[in-house]
Write a protein that binds this ligand. Sequence first.
Ligand code: C2E
Ligand code: CA
Ligand code: CA
Ligand code: CA
Length: 269
Amino acid sequence: AKASGKNDIRSFTPELAEKARERLSLETDLRYAMQRQELQLYYQPIIDLQTLQTIGHEALLRWIHPERGFIPPDRFIPVAEESGLITALGAWVIHEACRQNAEWQRAGRRAVRVAVNISMIQFATSNFVDTVKSALHESGLGVEWLELEVTESVVMHDVKMVTERLTELRELGVRVSIDDFGTGYSSLKYLQELPIDTLKIDRSFVNTIQKDAQEAPLVKTIILMAQSLGLNVIAEGVETIFQQEYLQSLGCSEAQGYYFSRPLPASQL
Ligand code: C2E
Ligand code: CA
Ligand code: CA
Ligand code: CA
């Protein structure tokens, strides 16, 4: 206890106490945010690089707090994960994304996929697949239009659980992509064995595609690898036409990024 004495004192500095208070109030507010309809899904188009048509949207959560204004998901998703709120929040996101997509299809729009981000904690819960089924059932959305995005770290978390879960989803017919690919430590062996459909190349790699830097070897390698594994590949964070053309020349099938469109509210799509 003596050894940690120093740390105990440090943990009561006003700064850290303020941080803890801030986190708690964020958590409390998040509990009500869903009921108060402060949460909204924005959608970023996913572009087919051969036709340049939109073939899907990634749903991205937005929280407009009545006093604090816009709070980015990178700030409140970790709070939701630590407090357990992520299960209810994540279920809401899946239901809302399916509902919106089905509504667009019923209104006569050309059918496109919707991609939903899934947190590791949400993915690991035992009733996760039931949540997916109920969202599809309630919305009436065809299963082929739903894609789930899990990060690479999820995949390496608990290989047995993840394999079981992914197999269930595959049997259901839901597509799964590995998000932020290249930032984790996936073993090629698992990548080959897991029932996944898509690799999403992380923005940090796409960012290395620059006019003056002749080559982007990692981007090239990931695309070649995805192709040889028979996986679809989406480049994230495309911001310039140069990046688009480079990716097209490598045979990358899909892309998203500010160059095509920022994430937008449903009403502006
Ligand atoms: P992500 O899944 O990697 O989402 C991509 C992020 O990159 C989004 O940030 C998007 O707005 C941003 N982005 C897209 N194109 C560009 C570009 O060309 N340039 C730059 N600089 N950025 C671009 P956002 O919406 O702030 O989301 C951040 C992260 O929060 C997401 O990263 C995801 O991990 C998480 N997140 C968002 N919505 C949800 C959700 O519904 N559930 C879960 N579990 N996580 C979510
Ligand atoms: Ca994502
Ligand atoms: Ca990503
Ligand atoms: Ca990310």
